[in-house]
Design a protein around this ligand. Structure first.
Ligand code: COA
Length: 200
């Protein structure tokens, strides 16, 4: 019998404001049920804007009720969190972070997914969303944050490297597209105890 205890504490949901270049203000917050339709629209849009996400554009099929239930359930979920980025009242980014498996031997590891609407790339939003995920990990005793990224996704790989993630392997043919072509993925890990200060 192992005699250690699990930390079942959930991070306090919050809303943070950040100044972007051009006097724009980004709000990063947890989603509310009233965001359900906007989130569905957002998911469908980002799936069409890049080949670098896990889904084909027609694969996101949550109904309004399912999306509202998903958001409601996040409140009680101690092991994962979703954040949305809001600019001028619109959802322009999202990221999800959570433990890789709800078994004690895996509770030190979390994985994440992130996207930003294409029109808002390059404004620093992705990096700010990542920092929220890292903060969530630190508040939840996570030791390592992991992700998989298509090897050609230079913007994302640069962002992850600059935050301290390192490549720990390559999965050949991880994705197969509708036209029969493949993409490889890097497996990247950020060891949270190694973070001093993310580069600029
Ligand atoms: C990857 C993604 C989340 C980045 O978001 P973003 O808001 O554009 O990111 P930022 O503006 O914070 O810039 C991130 C980094 O990209 C770098 N960058 C910008 N343009 C670049 C380019 N053409 N090539 C390489 N790096 C580039 C910037 O220097 C920046 O580095 P920094 O972290 O040191 O500041 C966004 O492009 C996206 O949603 N892409 C599609 C979905 C996706 O790929 N998700 C990740 C799946 S693993």
């Amino acid at each position: 019998m192992c005699d250690y205890e699990l930390d079942e504490g959930k991070s306090v949901p919050y809303k943070e404001k950040y100044e972007l270049k051009g006097n724009k203000q980004l709000i990063i917050r947890v989603p509310e049920e009233t965001d359900a339709q906007a989130l569905i629209d957002y998911m469908k849009t980002v799936d069409c804007e890049t080949h670098f996400l896990a889904r084909e554009p027609d694969e996101f099929d949550f109904t309004l009720e399912q999306e509202a239930t998903f958001i409601r359930n996040l409140v009680d979920d101690k092991h994962s969190q979703m954040f949305v980025g809001e600019l001028d009242g619109q959802i322009v980014a999202n990221c999800s972070v959570g433990i890789v498996m709800n078994k004690r031997r895996y509770l030190h590891r979390a994985a994440l997914g992130i996207a930003v609407r294409k029109a808002y790339w390059g404004m620093g939003i992705g990096r700010l969303m990542m920092l929220e995920c890292i903060k969530w990990c630190k508040n939840n005793n996570i030791e390592q944050l992991e992700l998989e990224v298509v090897t050609q996704n230079e913007r994302a790989v640069t962002m992850y490297r600059n935050l301290g993630f390192q490549i720990h392997g390559t999965k050949k043919h991880a994705l197969k597209y509708g036209d029969g072509t493949y993409a490889d993925e890097y497996f990247m890990i950020l060891f949270l105890d190694e973070i001093t200060k993310p580069k600029n």
